[in-house]
Design a protein. Structure first.
Length: 240
């Protein structure tokens, strides 16, 4: 079903450049799970990025009988547009700014500091709310599959990869249902492999266009998913 490029990128030929290829995030997770079948029941830890990556990632983990957890990362949004970001903050406090974008938008230093502080607080709040008493797993020497529901600019996902590396992850695989080709090409060299069934190019790209049914995922839904996961599959990895 999937095809591999020399760069370590796996996609699905019949899905290339198409929109509305997934019914919803569950279906997207099922497609990814089929692509990732060689990793079934091995030592990989699946990490979903809240919010949209969690319903995709949990399907991957449950289908392949792998452990599941969350890697909280959030983009630093523009003061006048909460959909657009100029950087990101990861669960370990890693902060990266998109210098190329910042040079064009003219943010002041005080606006940048405020954005970082606000986003860091958001990440910490999400960590506390979603994880509760569950501590983040020790990733030293671990193999991880990082899952989101799509990749547009890829900046947030790259910050997540950097945080996993700093945490000692040995092997990192990125798995996303859909991605913009240019952003995906930049991601491939940063990880061991990338699995993405739906790759699209062009000036106009939106993650939502890959789905027939697209809705925002709120924190309460993510929390319900995590509560079910931790109730049926207690955390077995060492914790910090």
């Amino acid at each position: 079903m999937s095809q591999k490029t020399p760069q370590g990128l796996y996609d699905v030929k019949q899905y290339r450049e198409h929109t509305r290829v997934f019914r919803d995030r569950v279906h997207a997770g099922e497609v990814l799970a089929r692509m990732l079948h060689p990793f079934r029941q091995d030592a990989h830890l699946v990490l979903g990025i809240p919010a949209g990556g969690v319903p995709v990632g949990v399907v991957v983990a449950q289908t392949l009988h792998l452990r599941f957890d969350v890697a909280v990362v959030s983009k630093i949004t523009l003061p006048w547009n909460t959909e657009a970001g100029y950087g990101a903050v990861a669960f370990d406090g890693t902060v990266r700014l998109n210098s190329a974008l910042m040079a064009r938008i003219g943010l002041s230093e005080s606006q940048i500091r405020a954005g970082i502080e606000e986003t860091t607080a958001k990440v910490n709040r999400r960590m506390e709310k979603l994880r509760k008493k569950h501590r983040f797993p020790d990733l030293s020497g671990q193999a991880s599959i990082l899952v989101d529901d799509g990749l547009a600019s890829g900046f947030t996902l790259r910050v997540a990869v950097e945080a996993l590396k700093k945490a000692g992850a040995k092997h990192i695989i990125v798995a996303v249902p859909t991605a913009h080709k240019e952003s995906l090409d930049a991601m491939v060299s940063q990880v061991d492999a990338v699995f993405c069934p739906n790759i699209r190019s062009g000036l106009r790209y939106a993650v939502a266009d890959a789905y027939e049914r697209w809705t925002d995922v709120d924190e309460s839904e993510v929390l319900k998913i995590l509560e079910r996961v931790w109730k049926t599959s207690p955390q077995k990895t060492p914790v910090r």
